[in-house]
Design a protein around this ligand. Structure first.
Ligand code: 16G
Ligand code: MG
Length: 544
């Protein structure tokens, strides 16, 4: 490391005085104009991480579903996973170091993490379509270069595409080719093979309308279109040519508001879906003949995929253990359906992709989804090689055919992280193979009415949670209060947790009833309890 060069370049990316940021659930995220120094320093950190693990590391510049004015950055570990938690702390230290401390903090990280400064370093960089992203990714590159790292700038890519590239690179091409073309070819080939076996269906059943949140998903789907078989009739909306990123559209808007995005023309019973701003989340929905909106969220996506995989695993007759991983936000009806009807074990973990991903790795087949549409399926190495072997060598036709379908699913699913493009193709293939309409899919179970609210408090850290965020451990008395409120309603559940991305406490409530009144009333009562016991700020929450 050349201390003079570091000083000189760091001065070109100065840290605003007094600014302190934290590497949160999904990296750093805030107003774009506050992030230049963070980007430069994450370039530095990626080089250190690369040297520590002896592999290529990814740096993605994106703020996902946040407003267009925001931006963010997250690091990607060698197999396409989220940055290891022990390094999140280094990221925070480096981002917050004052100019004159920078050198010292780097030296400390190198000592603590046993980084060999003389090793080669390689970093892949990608960015979303935000106006600020190009310049900020240049700052990442400055950071990589000043520490002597090599980089490959993929330019505009979805977040999951960059995860995919990193994994391909570090598995010497075993996972696929580390190019966009390689990604398109792998996915479209697997998809084409799957739908070859489908009963031919009418045009209306094949059509899918996609709200791209005015983000990167639109660009990448357009690039991918020539690779799709002609049976695929996708129509892109909110492609970023007219409106602002994530504004009144995208997966987050649809999930939170439980209403259709603007800018999409929805006819009754048409299958539609929304991506988020960096295309790592997806939700489906439709409007019935009476004009009622039906949301099909991550829980129902997990259920559809689980039904399909369980059937196939039954056919191949292998002792492969499958489980579903959810968070406390999963609708109670989905958990009940998976456990009681489908008889698949369900595990609940803390919010955030890294927690779900980690848990899902414990099984031969681990299906994980957050209700908000983040999710994928992981196959253990052993399960994958067994399935590939059966697909090649099994004599029994039925078993071999089932193994082949599983093999194509393995290739179609982006196992590095939830991927809206890959998840969409998985879902479209399953619906086509099973001959299911969107209404039939929706009818697998009925969601309990639910409501999400936010409460402002002086310090959200006064709330500590346990049991995968399902119980409030502090402040004293809050959980007892919540138990009393929940006890008033049928099939009710509620929990509160400090947000990892916003300065608020989140409240979730669900309760059985014809309409949403009970869920709304419970959510309001829980919000008041938080306001009263956890130091509420401003006016008390009002009834919905
Ligand atoms: C981040 C997480 C997402 C989680 C959300 C919760 C990743 C890639 N993203 O967006 O999984 O659902 O945070 O936000 O891990 P909250 O803590 O503000 O509720
Ligand atoms: Mg996202």
């Amino acid at each position: 490391m050349d201390p003079e060069a570091l000083k000189k370049y760091s001065a070109l990316h100065p840290k605003p005085a007094g600014l302190s940021l934290q590497y949160g659930t999904a990296g750093f995220r805030t107003r774009a104009e506050q992030l230049d120094h963070v980007m430069f320093r994450m370039g530095l950190l990626a080089v250190l991480r690369s040297r520590a693990v002896g592999a290529t590391i990814g740096v993605m510049v994106t703020a996902s579903h946040n407003p267009e004015e925001d931006n963010g950055v997250k690091l990607i570990d060698p197999l396409g996973e989220m940055l290891h938690p022990s390094w999140e702390e280094y990221a925070t230290q480096l981002a917050n170091a004052e100019e004159q401390e920078l050198q010292q903090v780097i030296t400390e990280i190198c000592q603590k993490a046993a980084v060999n400064q003389h090793k080669d370093a390689s970093v892949f960089v990608g960015r979303d379509t935000r106006p600020s992203s190009e310049k900020l990714s240049q700052s990442v590159i400055d950071g990589i270069s000043v520490l002597g790292g090599q980089y490959h700038d993929y330019g505009l890519v979805t977040t999951p595409q960059l995860h995919y590239m990193v994994c391909c690179q570090n598995t010497q091409g075993q996972y696929g080719k580390a190019t966009l073309e390689g990604y398109y070819e792998k996915l479209s080939k697997a998809f084409t093979e799957l739908i070859k076996q489908c009963p031919s269906s009418g045009e209306s059943q094949r059509r899918l309308k996609i709200d791209c949140a005015n983000g990167i998903g639109a660009l990448k789907l357009s690039e991918m279109k020539p690779y799709f078989p002609k049976e695929v009739l996708i129509h892109l909306y909110n492609d970023g040519t007219k409106e602002k990123l994530n504004h009144l559209c995208g997966a987050d808007f649809v999930k939170v508001h439980q209403e259709p995005p603007r800018g999409i023309d929805m006819k009754p019973n048409e299958r539609c879906c929304s991506f988020d701003g960096d295309a790592d989340r997806i939700v489906y929905y439709y409007k019935d003949a009476a004009g009622r909106f039906h949301l099909i969220d991550g829980d129902k996506i997990a259920t559809l995929i689980s039904i399909f995989l369980k059937e196939l695993l039954g056919k191949v007759e292998q002792p492969l253990k499958m489980a579903v991983v959810q968070t406390a936000y999963a609708n109670g009806s989905s958990t009940r359906y998976l456990e009681e009807t489908l008889k698949v074990p369900v595990h609940c973990v803390k919010t955030g992709v890294k927690h779900l991903h980690h848990k899902a790795q414990e099984f031969d087949v681990g299906v994980y989804f957050e209700a908000n549409g983040h999710g994928t399926v992981l196959f253990s190495k052993a399960a994958e090689s067994k399935i590939r072997q059966l697909a090649r060598e099994e004599k029994d036709d039925k078993k071999r055919e089932a193994a082949k379908v599983l093999e194509h699913m393995i290739d179609l699913i982006n196992q590095t992280v939830g991927d809206a493009i890959s998840d969409m193709l998985v879902i479209e293939a399953i619906l086509a193979l099973k001959g299911l309409t969107v209404q039939q899919w929706d009818a697998i179970y009925t969601d309990l009415p639910n409501r999400l609210l936010k409460v402002q408090v002086a310090d959200r850290r006064v709330i500590a949670t346990g049991d995968a965020e399902r119980r409030a451990l502090t402040p004293a008395g809050l959980q007892e209060e919540l138990d009393g409120l929940v006890g008033k309603y049928r099939l009710a559940r509620a929990f509160v947790r400090p947000s990892g991305t916003e300065d608020v406490v989140r409240v979730y409530a669900e309760a059985d009833a014809q309409g949403r009144e009970n869920a709304d009333a419970l959510a309001h009562e829980v919000s008041l309890a938080v306001y009263n016991l956890a130091g509420g700020k401003g006016a008390p929450p009002q009834p919905i």
